[in-house]
Design a protein around this ligand. Structure first.
Ligand code: FES
Length: 106
């Protein structure tokens, strides 16, 4: 299923993300600029921060308690659509998801 990443400079990257893989892992494996994933997905770094552009209808999981705390520590401003991409595990229902990447992860 495809996920589109839109970098801060407008560059778009479309990846076919395997079901069960996190959006963060997929981005890091494909060297998408703008997602770091320093902690490897253990909700301990907030360098995988993304802005989900079109959250409705994709069945995304709710923001978890630890994720919520880490989202208060992102380098770029937190917005209502902020998520940690390591917590977004790909499903078929998430096909077509678009995430915008913040201007900074540090
Ligand atoms: Fe560290 Fe997501 S990879 S919080």
């Amino acid at each position: 299923p495809n996920v589109t990443f839109i970098a801060d400079d407008g560059t778009e990257t479309v990846l076919d993300v395997a079901v069960g893989t996190s959006i963060m892992e997929a981005a890091v494996m494909s060297n998408v600029d703008g997602i770091m994933g320093e902690c490897g997905g253990s909700i301990n770094c907030a360098t995988c921060h993304v802005y989900v552009q079109n959250a409705g209808g994709f069945g995304l999981p709710d923001v978890g308690e630890v994720e919520n705390e880490m989202l208060d520590a992102t380098a770029a401003e937190r917005r209502p659509e902020s998520r940690l991409s390591c917590q977004l595990i790909m499903t078929e229902a998430m096909a077509g998801l678009i995430v915008r990447l913040p201007d900074a992860q540090y």
